[in-house]
Design a protein around this ligand. Structure first.
Ligand code: F6P
Length: 445
């Protein structure tokens, strides 16, 4: 088989040594000082969802991040107490001091996190009064620069969205183990009323120097204040793209290709007959899976084997097929068109270097996983922005990268994830904010 290898590339010598920072998928993340994001808003406004998504994205970008959820501290400190609405009554002094104690414990952990090399601590709580925010800011001033505290406020005045949030996220919540959905709605609505008594939105005269991002009704309006560092801007961009609900994402490799059948790396080969059959099976499977949906996006790459697998979704009122160059398979460089056994035999050094560290070692003239993952950023933002299910028909390495992101793994953990051909991986969020993946084998081997 034809390869475009030259003898020159055999001279590629030792791998460069990388510090752990170089696992970052973006260069701007190096040498950062600690940074705090604190959420603000009434209960059931999607703060924890936002905190979780920020956390995933920041870690993915190589910034060691962690969520410090105040509800978690409250439950840890007072495990035997019933967390019904009375617990949140601002007129009950005992309760107020318990909530302050939860904050202090959270701050202790936050400090330890920074001492251990953490970069972004996300304090996930209501922080709904000006007094609480001043107090928190005062404590943080002891170990964080004032210009490294970002307040993120989620405002929603649409009762239907709030109710939906309670029904989807609070019904299975740890605070309500034995309550029925209607009891949860009733109690949680009372909890919100307690907070409403003293709630003050950001944006008053005392906040003019604060860094904040205020998001109204799922991004219909966004206010940015004192957003000026590169990290602030990246966060603002991410938050402006973030949708408020979990969507189901389906991920699959293209149908069998001629190159794959011959164990050839890369190239732009066509589908085999079996691969074409997979395109039809995939359409049937997705039709059944998403029967209740009226709209769905299908993303494919610009390579034949991917877009031809997506072809069965064309000419449909429901499916919108989009091709993305960023979804093209990892670039095998000079080794595109070769096979692993030829490379191992003729260029053992290169073969070993790549097997030893696929994440940072790039194919000569091609890409490493790290480089490939950096170009996936737009795709990941599309997944965050989406309001309908999305099917991604891509390639082995690309699917590994996306799989790792969706499962909250670090990018460098993706290189050996098994992504079987002719299988669909369904990612959803059952009950809480925890991702689950289910594999469906469509029976083509
Ligand atoms: O073998 C199929 C394939 O998609 C190749 O085109 C690509 O180079 C390879 O998988 C990526 O997998 P790995 O990183 O394990 O070599």
């Amino acid at each position: 088989m034809a390869t475009n290898l030259t003898s020159k590339i055999c001279d590629i010598s030792e791998p460069v040594t990388f510090s752990s920072q170089s696992f970052a998928t973006d260069r701007w993340v190096t040498n950062l000082k600690p940074y705090v994001i604190a959420t603000v808003g009434l209960p059931a406004r999607g703060k924890s969802y936002t905190a979780g998504r920020l956390n995933r994205w920041l870690n993915w970008k190589g910034l060691k991040s962690r969520v410090f959820n105040l509800g978690w501290y409250r439950r840890e400190l007072y495990p035997s107490e019933s967390m019904t609405h009375e617990w949140f009554d601002p007129d009950k002094e005992d309760q107020v001091s318990k909530r302050e104690k939860s904050l202090s414990c959270c701050i202790d952990d936050l400090k330890r996190f920074f001492e251990g090399g953490g970069i972004v601590g996300i304090i996930d709580g209501t922080n709904s009064t000006a007094t609480r925010r001043e107090r928190l800011q005062g404590i943080l001033a002891g170990f964080i620069d004032a210009n490294r505290i970002l307040w993120v406020e989620k405002i929603c005045d649409d009762p239907e969205s709030v109710l939906e949030n309670i029904l989807t996220r609070k019904v299975h919540h740890e605070d309500y183990f034995h309550a029925s959905p209607s009891e949860v709605v009733e109690d949680f609505s009372k909890r919100i009323q307690h907070y409403e008594k003293n709630y003050t939105r950001l944006g008053g005269p005392a906040d003019s120097d604060k860094k904040f991002i205020q998001i109204f009704n799922v991004g219909r309006k966004v206010i940015l204040n004192q957003i000026n560092s590169q990290l602030d801007l990246k966060l603002a961009y991410f938050l402006m793209n973030l949708h408020s609900k979990h969507i189901t994402i389906y991920l699959t490799r293209h149908g069998e290709s001629v190159a794959q059948l011959n164990q050839i790396i890369g190239t732009d080969s066509d589908l085999t007959e079996r691969g074409k059959g997979y395109s039809d099976r995939l359409r049937d499977f997705i039709d059944r899976e998403t029967a209740k949906e009226d709209k769905m996006s299908v993303f494919c790459s610009t390579l034949k084997r991917s877009y031809k697998t997506a072809s069965s979704f064309l000419n449909s009122g429901k499916y919108v097929v989009k091709q993305w160059k960023q979804l093209d398979e990892i670039n095998g460089g000079h080794f595109e068109g070769s096979t692993y056994s030829i490379i191992a035999e003729k260029w053992p050094k290169i073969y070993k270097l790549r097997q030893g560290n696929k994440y940072v070692y790039g194919w000569p003239g091609g890409e490493s996983y790290q480089q490939m993952i950096a170009r996936l950023e737009n795709i990941l933002l599309e997944l965050e922005r989406g309001s309908h299910p999305i099917l991604i028909i891509a390639h082995q390495a690309i699917c590994r990268g996306i799989y790792a992101y969706l499962m909250y793994l670090l990018p460098e953990e993706c290189t050996e994830i098994e992504i079987k051909s002719h299988c669909v991986y369904k990612f959803s969020f059952e009950k809480k904010n925890e991702p689950t993946v289910t594999r469906f084998d469509l029976g083509l081997g």
